[in-house]
Design a binder for this molecule. Structure first.
Ligand code: MN3
Length: 205
């Protein structure tokens, strides 16, 4: 397989003022593109790592192919990250997702606090996640660098990129302000609900 850079599902200036066109131009066109280009170069020398991106992520991780894993993991993370945001995002959650969040965390506010806290306490680069476990429970997690819930056998239904490249242009060092804007004004809860309704993903790697 080869990795392909997806187009953003909205215009570069569509997420303002919460995420600027300049951030999206750098983040999508430079950073995400570099993971795609570098991942494809490494894949040329490792042609049997899997037929799907998910298989490549898991196999590269299992086999200690760190260079491939870093780029494949980040390609997977970013493909979803663009979909996890939308213009005029945030706001109310569809009912069945809201119920699941309330069941697992007590309230949406409790989830919101945990998710933001996970992003703030991820030291250095990484991601924070809302994952769906096999037992149907939701959980907040965080991972360093390009790691993601796939390698822990968990299904990510929401993730936030807390690498500095995701917020430094718009928020400088204020990661808390970025995290709050992400949850309150950017998240595409309909897409999160779609992933929730699909259930835990199984990958034959
Ligand atoms: Mn990024």
């Amino acid at each position: 397989m080869t990795f392909e850079l997806p187009e953003l599902p909205y215009a570069y200036d569509a997420l303002g003022p919460y995420m600027s066109a300049e951030t999206l131009e750098f983040h999508h066109d430079k950073h995400h593109n570099a993971y795609v280009v570098n991942g494809n170069k490494i894949l040329e020398g490792l042609p049997n790592m899997g037929k799907t991106l998910e298989e490549v992520v898991l196999n590269a991780h299992k086999q200690g192919e760190t260079g491939l894993f870093n780029n494949a993991g980040q390609h997977w993370n970013h493909k979803l990250f663009w979909e996890w945001m939308k213009p005029n995002g945030g706001g109310d959650r569809p009912g069945n997702l809201e119920s699941a969040i309330t069941d697992s965390f007590g309230s949406f506010d409790a989830f919101r606090k945990q998710f933001i806290q996970a992003g703030l306490t991820q030291f250095g680069s990484g991601w924070c996640w809302l994952v769906l476990n096999d037992d149907g429970k939701l959980e907040v997690t965080k991972t360093p660098n390009g790691e993601n819930p796939l390698i822990n056998g968990q299904t990510a239904i929401l993730g936030c990129d807390v690498w500095e490249h995701s917020y430094y242009i718009d928020y400088r060092n204020a990661r808390p302000k970025y995290m709050e804007a992400f949850v309150d004004n950017l998240v595409n809860w309909e897409f999160v609900t779609e992933l929730f309704e699909k259930g835990p993903i199984k990958i034959a790697a």
